[in-house]
Design a protein. Structure first.
Length: 220
């Protein structure tokens, strides 16, 4: 009887231990499934655009049922918001790499452009769905709120770079130069992303040449 009771106790402890493990496994599986859905949504948004994308198309791209998708996201807008949050985090990291203030005054303009342009171009190439969400004139308020701090930070960093290179420049001219430079970059990024191989490398060189031509007279 004692042996039976001990065995029962051991079995109970084993059962409790087993009960403790599944939540962690379920959480890991849930996180993997959410990442899978966001990866698929980035592909579908890039391919079809935000307006034409459906949760059914995202589920199909992810290889899951719509019901499985709805366990994690209630609708397309919720998916877009989560994807936007992911993009914003990655873009913030790209900006930090691009705008290393230690190089603002020591690098040549060519070297500075290499350092600023390459990480952000790499982000856009790796995330074609980014433009599908953030290049819209009718961006939903939630997405606009997610993007605004990063956009403001980028403008501030470009202004800081210009100020470091041209300390005598008036504040309004520094701001104007930064805004125009960013617009040049944003206008050419779709051409870079659409190109492949050697043509993409050539388009990146053209992008840098356009920025160099604009900035050389001010911050060279």
């Amino acid at each position: 009887m004692a042996e039976a009771a001990e065995a029962a106790g051991a079995g109970g402890r084993g059962a409790r231990a087993a009960q403790g493990a599944p939540p962690r496994r379920r959480q890991a599986r849930g996180e993997q499934r959410m990442a899978q859905i966001l990866d698929a949504s980035a592909v579908v948004f890039a391919r079809a655009g935000y307006e034409k994308t459906t949760t059914i198309a995202i589920a199909a791209e992810a290889g899951i049922s719509p019901g499985s998708l709805y366990q994690f996201f209630s609708n397309k807008e919720a998916i877009a918001q989560a994807l936007a949050d992911r993009f914003v985090g990655q873009l913030r990291a790209a900006h930090q790499e691009a705008f290393d203030e230690a190089h603002f005054t020591s690098a040549t303009l060519e070297g500075l452009l290499d350092r600023m342009v390459d990480p952000i171009v790499a982000f856009n190439v790796a995330n074609p769905g980014f433009k599908a969400l953030f290049a819209r004139t009718d961006m939903p308020a939630g997405l606009a709120d997610a993007a605004r701090p990063v956009q403001s930070a980028m403008l501030a960093r470009v202004e800081a770079m210009i100020g470091a290179r041209a300390p005598g420049l008036a504040a309004e001219e520094r701001s104007r130069t930064a805004r125009v430079g960013i617009q040049i970059f944003q206008a050419m990024v779709p051409l870079v992303v659409a190109a492949e191989g050697d043509e993409r490398a050539a388009m990146v060189r053209e992008l840098k040449r356009a920025l160099h031509g604009y900035l050389a007279g001010t911050i060279a």
